[in-house]
Each structure stands twice: as C-alpha cells, then as structure tokens.
Design a protein around this ligand. Structure first.
Ligand code: BTN
Length: 321
C-alpha cells in the first residue's frame, strides 16, 4: 500500500489533469514514486487516465469524505460520536468487529473497501467517491436476544434521514433494504457481539450507492439505483444526517424495542400484500403473500401451508408464479 495514494487522489478529485512532475514537486518525491502510488490506486479499482504530456486525471470530479464536514452535519448536540475516516480497509464491519474495545458510538467510514460484505454471504460493490460505506458500533445494556427487530429499526433511521434530505419516495424491503422505484439504493449488514443475556454491541454497516457508473450499477446482481439519480446530496451531509437519525432510533429502540417503530416501518414497506418468494437461509424457498411484521420484526407470510413466520431470509420476486 502506498501512503501517497490517497493524498494524490485528493488532488485529482477536482477532475483536472495533474502532471507527474507537478505532483512529484508537490509531494517532494520522484515521478516514479507518484507512478507507483497511481498504480496502487488502479489495483483498488480506481480508474485513472494517464495521458503523455498532460499527466493523470480521474474520469470525473469526485467528492471525498471530510471528517469536519460530517461532524458539522451531525450537530453539536451529538458531539459524542467518534468518527474515523479510513482511506482503505477490507470492510468497515470487519474492522469494528475486530476492534472489540472501540467506544460506544464509534463510526468508521471508508473511502475504499476492498472486501465489502453484504447480507447472506454476498459481497458489497462500492467505488471511490461513488459510494458511502460506513459502520457504527452501538453498545446496548440488554443482551443479543433482545435485539430482534434491530435490523428493521435501522431501516427506519435510513428512511427518516433520506426524507429529511428531500428523498421522499424511499421504501423498505424486509428486513432492511432501502429501495427507490423498487431498486436497491442502500443495504444494511448488522453483526452482533456480546452475550445473549447482555450487555451486547451491534456493528451496523451501511452501504449507500451515491453515484455509481452505469456499467457498475448494471453489474450488481439485483436491480440497483444510486442517490445521484434521485437527488443531489453531499455525502458528508448524508453521513452526518444518517448518524443523527441512527442515534435517535437506536436510543428509542433500546428503551422500547421495535414495537415503537413498527407502524412507521409498515408505512415504508414496499411489499405489503404482495405475492413473493421467500428465500430461506438453508436454500429452500416458498411462495406466499406478505401479510405483516410482528412486534419483534418477524415477517408473516401466508403460504399454501398456512401463515409462516420468518426471522431470517430474503424476499424475492424471481420465480413467483
Ligand atoms: C446488504 O444489503 O447486503 C448489506 C450491505 C452492507 C454493506 C455495508 S458497506 C459498509 C459495511 N461494511 C461492509 O463490509 N458491509 C457494510
């Protein structure tokens, strides 16, 4: 890993050409060192144009996370958030799961994830300046058994944040995919630490598609959409506002459980009364009509075998007869 890669990317973020010579002078290194740093960026999947006589350039200007701007957007009332912005990490969730002593309300955001994780063992596609990827560590007095419904509660926080930023047509797909026009805008991956009886901690990972190139959006294994095609939102403000709403929802969840958020969740539900396939963790699937969500976040689906309760799995429209 080259420690110059991200400082150089900060310069290239304006979308203009910067010559190898100017960059070498600016960072007081040789042009070969600059070239190595650029090569490293390319290994991270970052496309950089290199034109003889003109220098290096990103395909388009990008905006990178700025810690101070995010803290400003969170607001002084919540100054107790601990925010780290990492240039490059395998996965912000894995990072926080490994830092077991991290303080309550630590948020780790990354410019690049090299091994982003999705639900059900999938990988999560993200690109520099084109995706928001972060994880929040939240500690609970209660044990992990009392956290059923947490993943749905987190979805409510995301919708509230998006609404406050003017995105009024976002919906939830159980348990917590955020959809716009039935396409996935954001995903949530929650991993738990601690005892069943308590105390416990949740690492809440959130990935939002911000401005992905068309070919990347189309390469995702399900219909996907990015925020730029819905509403122009600065990613620093987005992260700050998301954290603000997450802290409100998580505090409420700790006090009252999912029950206090259930009606709101149902208002955002994209699949209410729809006929779907339920994909189960063991690979089986069953068709049924989505009926309701219980007070603990369990999905109720009317199938040919009666009303079934799902605490895990996924809704799919593929294969519905
Ligand atoms: C899903 O819908 O499949 C969940 C996607 C979660 C992606 C985020 S990106 C930040 C955090 N780090 C990860 O490795 N995954 C989550």
């Amino acid at each position: 890993m080259s420690s110059l890669t991200f400082p150089i990317l900060q310069v290239l973020a304006d979308g203009n050409f910067h010559s190898g010579e100017d960059l070498a002078q600016q960072f007081k290194v040789t042009r070969a060192t600059i070239w190595n740093a650029i090569r490293h960026a390319e290994t991270l999947g970052i496309e950089i144009f290199s034109v003889r006589g003109r220098g290096y350039k990103l395909p388009q200007p990008i905006e990178l996370l700025d810690k101070n701007e995010v803290l400003k957007a969170i607001g002084e009332q919540r100054a107790w958030f601990k925010l780290e912005v990492l240039d490059e990490v395998a996965s912000t969730n894995t990072y926080l799961m490994q830092h077991k002593n991290a303080a309550h309300a630590t948020c780790v955001a990354a410019h690049v994830q090299t091994n982003g994780k999705g639900r059900r063992g999938r990988s999560w596609v993200s690109h520099l300046g084109a995706s928001l990827t972060f994880s929040l560590l939240w500690r609970f007095q209660c044990g992990a058994t009392a956290l059923s419904g947490l993943s749905l509660a987190v979805g409510v926080a995301l919708i509230r944040a998006l609404e406050s930023l003017g995105v009024t047509n976002a919906q939830l797909k159980w348990p917590n995919d955020v959809l716009v026009d039935n396409k996935k805008l954001a995903g949530i991956l929650i991993e738990l630490q601690g005892d069943l009886e308590g105390p416990s901690a949740a690492v809440i990972g959130v990935g939002v598609n911000l401005n992905l190139p068309k070919n990347v959006l189309e390469s995702i294994d399900q219909p996907a959409i990015d925020l730029a095609s819905v509403k122009a939102v600065d990613q620093n403000i987005l992260l700050g506002v998301l954290l603000k709403h997450l802290s409100d929802v998580l505090s409420g969840f700790e006090a009252h459980g999912f029950i206090g958020l259930r009606d709101e969740w149902l208002r955002y539900h994209a699949y209410k009364n729809k006929v779907v396939m339920m994909l189960m963790p063991d690979g089986r699937s069953v068709q049924g009509e989505v009926k309701d969500v219980a007070d603990d976040g369990i999905l109720l689906v009317e199938t040919a075998f009666g009303m079934q309760r799902f605490s895990a799995g996924e809704i799919s429209l593929r294969g519905v007869k």
